[in-house]
Design a protein around this ligand. Structure first.
Ligand code: CMP
Length: 156
């Protein structure tokens, strides 16, 4: 059980009606993490997605020698959706950037949502797709500016 009414504060969830929120409240659970606590590690199996209720989380890619910050996500945003959607291991490590509160939707309950509450599940998919489109746009911008920088350096 989780209080997910906070979602209605964010335009991305504007299609959600009180009955969708009630359904999600029943199948989600609330968790808290302390600043710098690891929420999950890259390469581990993914069994849930999360929505940030309060605070920020940091997404890192790790090599043997370095830990690179990929992005920071804040309240209202999803994380951990990729492993849940494609069944691959976690693509990055996620750490609490400050004391955070998150809502967890397990794979098992996500499957239940799809079979028993299709309309609500479609709305969740809609929100996920919007976030993923936004992230691809941001990554494209970053890649373009990196390529531009590389071309400039080559010309010198
Ligand atoms: P998942 O692969 O399950 O676990 C790591 C999570 O970090 C991933 O899902 C996304 O939610 C998030 N993530 C990974 N790469 C990016 C990125 N480039 N931009 C935003 N979030 C990301």
């Amino acid at each position: 059980m989780a209080d997910v009414y906070f979602l209605l504060e964010y335009p991305i969830y504007r299609d959600f009606e009180p009955e969708d929120i009630d359904i999600l409240s029943k199948i989600c659970e609330e968790l808290k993490f302390k600043k710098n606590e690891i929420i999950f590690k890259e390469g581990t199996p993914g069994d849930a997605l999360f929505i940030i209720k309060k605070g920020i989380i940091k997404v890192y890619k790790e090599t043997k020698t370095r830990k690179k910050l990929i992005t920071i996500l804040s309240a209202g945003e999803f994380f951990g959706e990729m492993a849940l959607i494609d069944g691959s291991p976690r693509s990055a490590t996620v750490v609490a950037g400050e004391n955070v509160e998150v809502v967890k939707l397990s794979t098992e309950n996500f499957n239940k949502l799809k079979s028993d509450y299709t309309k609500t599940a479609l709305k969740v998919y809609g929100a996920l797709l919007k976030f993923m489109s936004y992230r691809i746009r941001r990554t494209t911008k970053k890649a373009a500016s990196l390529l531009k920088g590389r071309k400039k350096r080559r010309k010198k």
